[in-house]
Every structure is written in structure tokens, then in C-alpha cells.
Design a protein around this ligand. Structure first.
Ligand SMILES: [Zn+2]
Length: 285
């Protein structure tokens, strides 16, 4: 029964659009009220400029999306499901898996990403986090974008990063404004650490370009997302923090971006298993 429901939900709102001459992905996205990145993610389109006439595009319902995950050594279906916050039964259905105990390294799994909670930041963030955020007054007009990073290390904590950055010659220490833990070392999973640069409203040190450091709020998620996806708790905290900062600083959802989008060919940060389209959907709902 639960299986049937999960499948029904995933299949329900499937609309297909056949590409006509002179249509662009941007135009089609506007027509259906979805983002270009959601269309790309849903149809596995790497280059949005290469669109063939006659191609059938699946239009995501304005809440749902999916990402592809390649099974790594040591993964279990249960572990993958909990990382992405989906049910094992949903994964077996969507991927037509008959033996959940028999997944193989390199196998590609489709992971349906749930729509955002549609909850405002005030309901996602704990009252403690909200109080400490409310206590800081953002410099008016200074912050125009949010840049997401990963630590590229499986475990770490904000205070250690602070010391490392200081030792590297950054006088203000921790290069990011915020760090979101994955539960390694002393922090709890999804814990939000506010850095001194946010408290004092200082430029970040997370980008090569000084203009991005002056205008971009840097958020770093602990973990190596070239190897695995962020935890469900990290994504929840990120959703809450982004929603809060967007509202407080007047930043639109399309200015929430990643290190590698701003510095192309220079970094893989925040890794291939960080899904910007799914974050954009969460913060747009
Ligand atoms: Zn980065």
C-alpha cells in the first residue's frame, strides 16, 4: 500500500513537452513555471544550449526533482536512502530493484528528491539558531548572493577550520560565514556554526575573486560531496539558513549558487553529489 502510494506520487504529475523549432530550454522552463536547472536535472541535459527539435522533455511538477547517484563501495540501499531522506521502498520501485541487498558498485540509481518543506525559515531553524541570527544586523545592501561550498574532507569542524585558515595567513580566520556540520567530530548532524566574519559583517575569504568575497555569503557544508551526498539534516539546515538569509538580505533564489558555478574550471566544489537544483527547489517553495 505504501509502495503504491510512493510510486503514484512519483508518476502523477508527469507532463511531456516535445521541443518545437526555435524553442529554448529557458522559454520552455518559463512556459511551465519551472527552473531551467530543474528541467536539466529531470531530463539529464548537460548542456542547455544543445536542444534538439522533436526531443521529448519530461516536465517536473513544480515540487519534485531527481538526481542520479552512482553506488560506491560500502554503500547499502538503506544508507543511500537515509542520506537522501527517501524510503528504501521508493528507491526499489523507481529503480526497479528486486533484490535490495544486491546493488553493485557503479550502478546508477535515480533518487527522487522531495519538494521543499514549504516551511518558512522560522519553522526549520531552531529557536537558538534563530536568536543568534536575529542578533546580527546584516550590512545594508552588502550581500547580493549566497555561495555554497563543501569542506572536501569527510570529517571536520568549524573551530578546526578556523585554526587552519588562520595558520594559512588569513587574519580573520574561518573563510566562510557559516559552516554546517555532518555530525563528525564534536558537532551534531546539521548543526549551523556562525563564523566571526558574519558576526562582524566582514568580507569572506572563500573565493579567489575579491568582488565575490565582498558580496557573497559563504556557507560551507562539511563533507566530500565528490564521494557522497550531503546528509538530509545538512540539506534541511541549509534550506532554513538560505531562506532566512534571502529574506533578511533581499537575495533572490537565482543568486544562490555554488563555488564551481562562479569559478568554472577552477574547482569541483561543492562536488558532484551536491544538487543545486534540489536546493533551489527547496528554497523556492
Ligand atoms: Zn569552495
Amino acid at each position: 500500500m505504501i509502495l503504491a502510494l510512493a510510486f503514484g506520487e512519483a508518476m502523477q504529475a508527469e507532463v511531456v513537452h516535445q521541443v518545437r523549432p526555435n524553442e529554448t530550454l529557458g522559454g520552455i522552463a518559463r512556459k511551465y513555471g519551472v527552473s531551467v536547472s530543474a528541467l536539466q536535472a529531470h531530463n539529464g541535459i548537460a548542456n542547455p544550449n544543445l536542444l534538439f527539435v522533436g526531443k521529448k522533455l519530461k516536465i517536473p511538477s513544480s515540487g519534485a526533482s531527481e538526481v542520479t547517484y552512482e553506488v560506491k563501495k560500502g554503500d547499502s540501499l538503506g544508507g543511500i536512502a537515509s542520506r537522501f531522506g527517501v524510503k528504501v521502498s521508493t528507491l526499489t520501485l523507481v529503480n526497479k530493484i528486486t533484490r535490495p541487498d544486491l546493488i553493485r558498485v557503479g550502478q546508477k540509481l535515480i533518487i527522487p528528491i522531495k519538494a521543499g518543506s514549504a516551511k518558512p525559515a522560522s519553522q526549520i531553524l531552531s529557536s537558538t539558531v534563530r536568536r543568534s541570527l536575529d542578533a546580527i544586523r546584516p550590512k545594508s545592501g552588502k550581500w547580493t548572493r549566497i555561495v555554497i561550498h563543501h569542506s572536501a574532507t569527510p570529517t571536520d569542524d568549524a573551530m578546526n577550520m578556523h585554526r587552519v585558515h588562520k595558520a594559512r595567513g588569513m587574519k580573520n580566520g574561518l573563510a566562510y560565514h557559516f559552516v554546517i556540520s555532518n555530525g563528525s567530530r564534536k558537532a551534531t548532524d546539521g548543526e549551523i556554526f556562525m563564523g566571526g566574519r558574519w558576526k562582524d559583517q566582514l568580507d569572506g575569504g572563500h573565493m579567489k575573486s575579491q568582488s565575490y568575497n565582498r558580496t557573497g555569503i559563504g556557507i560551507c557544508l562539511i563533507g566530500n560531496f565528490e564521494l557522497r551526498a550531503p546528509t538530509n539534516q545538512q540539506m534541511k539546515s541549509l534550506e532554513g539558513l538560505c531562506k532566512y538569509l534571502m529574506k533578511r538580505c533581499g537575495i533572490p533564489a537565482d543568486k544562490v549558487t555554488t563555488h564551481k558555478i562562479l569559478h568554472r574550471n577552477h574547482t569541483k566544489c561543492p562536488g558532484k553529489y551536491f544538487s543545486l537544483p534540489s536546493l533551489i527547489q527547496r528554497i523556492s517553495s
